[in-house]
Design a binder for this molecule. Structure first.
Ligand code: SF4
Ligand code: SF4
Length: 460
């Protein structure tokens, strides 16, 4: 299909300014395509012809927008093309994992394993009425409530978990589900309009970016709420001594810049680093940071072509990230995105890495002398998630692609169902010998099934 810049109000890619120079995909930290191939790829995407590499290998990391000398926004062209693919073939079965309105989603299944206090936090965050300054805890930290649960940081806010806000559509946007994201943006606007709140503070930069940039500028949906970046908020509170730091941690850390941190003109990179410095952390940077940062792995699922590869592609990319972090020699890897955090922990467990991985909120809490249950909660949660993913992988062998039809939850998705197979898998994965064998098999599968990624690097 020919590219038509007038066909949708969300069209962002500037086709008229594109010179077909190929720099976007040539400098891409994941693909490194030779210039001649990069030029062929951008031309194919513009003309709606088959892409050989980008649509099936991109990790949806946002970087190419930085490399375009004419600010054409090639990343958004990729999203448009993925959206067309989604409308033709649907989402892969395993993607129901992150769809809170689909049966057997991760939040529903994880409820089987959440300990009492974590359930209580979540129930409280789901039932609060929005007022004052609202902290949007988000769907990802919902998976790791111990990161922020019980912290004095929550005293500054009304903390909310709104599963059917889908992180304001952030992770769907990265997969190119643009038509669904637009509906989510409208839903968020309609709900925000009923709120009587001063400020909305998303824990996730991605959500801040959706509210302040993607919804208004790409979907023509404007929000009246005042969105404040959480890390900037925290840094201001530290600097004004309203939140005193009582301990210097004297740790060396390396920082994972998530994909969305590359949006917003670089505004998201420095506040987390400044917070880490205030807490007494010495930062040792990885080879790829800021606009060149590598994906945590999640984005590798966006460029799926064969459903069976999805999980192994994701873990291959996550493993690369962990190796890059280990190479710095830092004590710990710090993520300021909850989505990346659970994925990196899953990869750490599957690949047997020893590097510590913290959410930046956990670092902040330690510097405030709050007790955190580290690393036990993370290890336990990683294996909960591995059990759930394994269950969905098995089902996906027989499951069909689907369309996301419903975005609102009429009732709690956490039905009281037993899911004996998930419980059984989790119990088996608690046995050290089974865990050992599972990791071995998993590593072999990643090696076998990641072959398509090697083909691209060979092209470079
Ligand atoms: S989004 Fe990232 S991985 Fe995808 S083409 Fe652009 S730079 Fe490469
Ligand atoms: S999008 Fe930008 S970097 Fe990519 S080919 Fe066009 S002008 Fe060059």
């Amino acid at each position: 299909m020919k590219f038509n810049p007038d066909d949708r109000n969300r069209q962002v890619f500037n086709v008229d300014a594109c010179t077909l120079c190929g720099e976007c995909f040539h400098q891409c930290p994941e693909l490194h395509l030779p210039l001649d191939i990069a030029r062929q790829e951008i031309e194919a995407l513009i003309n709606g012809r088959k892409s050989r590499y980008v649509l099936s290998h991109c990790t949806t990391c946002f970087s190419c927008n930085y490399f375009c000398p004419y600010d054409c926004k090639p990343y958004q062209l990729i999203l448009e093309r993925w959206n067309e693919l989604y409308l033709k073939r649907g989402a892969p079965y395993i993607y129901r994992f992150v769809c809170p309105t689909m049966d057997r989603n991760i939040w529903q299944l994880l409820d089987l394993f959440l300990p009492g206090p974590e359930k209580e936090w979540i129930n409280a965050w789901r039932s609060r009425k929005p007022k004052g300054d609202v902290l949007l805890i988000g769907n990802y930290v919902h998976l790791l409530p111990f990161v922020v649960g019980g912290s004095r940081l929550l005293d500054y806010f009304t903390p909310l978990v709104l599963l059917d806000h889908w992180e304001c559509g952030a992770y769907l946007y990265q997969g190119g589900y643009l038509d669904v994201v637009k509906k989510i943006a409208e839903k968020c606007r309609d709900e925000f309009n009923t709120w009587d709140v001063k400020n909305v503070v998303p824990l996730l930069d991605a959500v801040h970016c959706m509210i302040t940039d993607v919804h208004p500028n790409e979907m023509n949906i404007k929000h009246d709420v005042n969105a404040i970046n959480f890390h900037q908020w925290l840094l201001d509170k530290i600097d004004s001594k309203e939140i005193p730091l009582t301990r210097q941690l004297n740790m060396s850390v390396t920082v994972h810049d998530n994909c969305y941190s590359k949006a917003g003109g670089g505004q998201y990179w420095d506040p987390p680093r400044e917070i880490l410095k205030r807490t007494g952390c010495n930062i040792i940077e990885m080879d790829h940071i800021r606009e060149k940062a590598l994906c945590c792995g999640f984005g590798a699922g966006a460029s799926w072509d064969r459903p069976i590869h999805i999980l192994f592609d994701i873990m291959d990319v996550a493993g690369k990230k962990i190796k890059e972090a280990e190479a710095t020699g830092a004590d710990a890897l710090v993520s300021y995105c909850g989505g990346c955090l659970y994925l990196l922990w899953t990869a750490r467990e599957l690949f047997g890495s020893k590097i510590d991985i913290y959410h930046i909120v956990e670092i902040q809490r330690m510097a405030m002398d709050e007790e955190i249950d580290y690393p036990d909660s993370h290890v336990r949660r990683a294996w909960d998630l591995i059990a759930i993913i394994t269950y969905l992988m098995i089902l996906s062998l027989f499951g069909r692609n689907f369309m996301i039809k419903e975005i609102s939850l009429d009732q709690s998705p956490v039905e009281q169902r037993n899911f004996p197979s998930v419980r059984l898998i989790r119990r088996l994965l608690s046995v050290p010998l089974i865990q050992f064998v599972y990791k071995k098999i998993f590593k072999i599968m990643v090696k076998l099934l990641k072959s398509k990624k090697r083909v691209v690097r060979g092209a470079g």
